[in-house]
Design a protein around this ligand. Sequence first.
Ligand SMILES: Cc1cc2nc3c(=O)[nH]c(=O)nc-3n(C[C@H](O)[C@H](O)[C@H](O)COP(=O)(O)OP(=O)(O)OC[C@H]3O[C@@H](n4cnc5c(N)ncnc54)[C@H](O)[C@@H]3O)c2cc1C
Ligand code: SF4
Ligand code: SF4
Ligand code: SF4
Length: 418
Amino acid sequence: MSQEGFDRLKAECINTGLCVECGACELVCPTRAIKLKKYDWGRNPELEGKCVDEECDLCHKVCPAHKVPLSEIETKFFGRTRRHPFPGVSPEVSDPTGSEGKGGIVRAVYTGYAVNKNIHENAVSGGVASAILIHALESGMLDGAVLAGFDPETPYEAKAFVATTREEVLACAGSKYQPHPQLLGLREAMEKGLQKLAITSTPCNAIAVRKLMLYDEFREIGSRIKLVISNICGAHWSRHGTEWLITNCLNTKLEDVAALKYRARPFPGEFQVKLKNGKTAEAPFVLNLLGQLARFTPEECRYCLEKVASVADIVVGDTWHHPVLSPDLLGKYNDEDVKKDERIACARKGATAIVVRSEAGQHFVDAAINAAAVKLYQDTPEDARKFLDAVHDLGKPVCNGPVINARIRRGGPVREYY
Ligand SMILES: Cc1cc2nc3c(=O)[nH]c(=O)nc-3n(C[C@H](O)[C@H](O)[C@H](O)COP(=O)(O)OP(=O)(O)OC[C@H]3O[C@@H](n4cnc5c(N)ncnc54)[C@H](O)[C@@H]3O)c2cc1C
Ligand code: SF4
Ligand code: SF4
Ligand code: SF4
């Protein structure tokens, strides 16, 4: 038995605090020896079975925590590498189109919403992610989508779900702000025989998805993935943070929870728990409890500079930092402003910011636009650049940059892009 691959995974990715709990190692292990074991602080990949006899490095190779072959990923999926290295800006490289080192390779930036009211109402921002997925499933562009819902047994714990219908996509709409092994949903999709898959994922999880699509060893899974949708990512927050909000801020017992929404309407969202007795408990999320949840930011997110998912086909987020539609600007516009720019009224009800990186992503977005499944407004190049630069500059380099620098100085590993 050779467990050198797992030993490498443990030494470089798990015991270093870089593991993002994506489940990719468990997914690819040929003997199913790895299990993400649950603790009250999160999940830890552990060797519970036996490795294969011959040499094996699959779990280590797929892991997104430490090594990111960004140039290879960009070349294969976006047709070229970015003009600046990630992260930051190299003065030696000229970049006539703007600071690509910050935003990565971008084809287009939009803001908009799902035209169907039911989809929009169920989502957190504009429902564009759900609308694109529903349109792609119903038009045959996809036959399945790995999304995130809640575990029916413990309905405050995020879990991967495979959706093949409009109803299943709607049941998974909305952000699940906690880590969970999202890539294990791909195993279920394979078992169902699905061939044309989308997956939604955090930016770090998307790196593992791209490795599945890049390396020949993972062809059986990777060749089925046609669309990677990621979220703009502040962080995911430990499951016990969510449990703490439910028990301490809503004074509700976990065993009484029937359903959870982090951001129920109205926009920007209420943390809402439906109880088994039919009652509802809720409190403002974005404007209140999110600050509490931030106290539960896990270690891996402190070493992370991924914000606008550098490797996804499509990235979806709120319009924070948008030069016109940032939620903190929306209340300041007068009736005249609203008449002149129809995006403002839309954004007040919840809009999605959409960053398209790849030709494949553009294909799915265009199809949804043409079918009137989504109403999208394309940003001017200036607004797109202002938005992407602000999301980058005001985000992780400020709070995580010093943490990463300290770790490097003290000899600890960080995620490496090459
Ligand atoms: C952990 C996390 C952190 C985020 N941080 C930011 C931020 O800092 N700034 C910002 O602007 N936006 C952030 N977002 C994105 C934002 O919350 C919305 O997801 C985004 O605006 C898309 O909105 P929508 O209405 O189009 O999506 P919807 O139509 O609601 O669809 C979202 C889709 O994503 C899937 N999904 C939800 N959570 C997860 C998850 N954890 N893993 C995999 N799939 C998931 C759902 O199943 C659904 O299919 C974050 C999202 C997540 C999950
Ligand atoms: S993928 Fe599985 S068999 Fe291969 S090294 Fe890792 S744990 Fe062992
Ligand atoms: S980041 Fe994902 S692949 Fe890497 S060790 Fe953690 S769960 Fe496994
Ligand atoms: S902050 Fe980074 S490590 Fe944390 S969930 Fe987001 S992309 Fe992953």
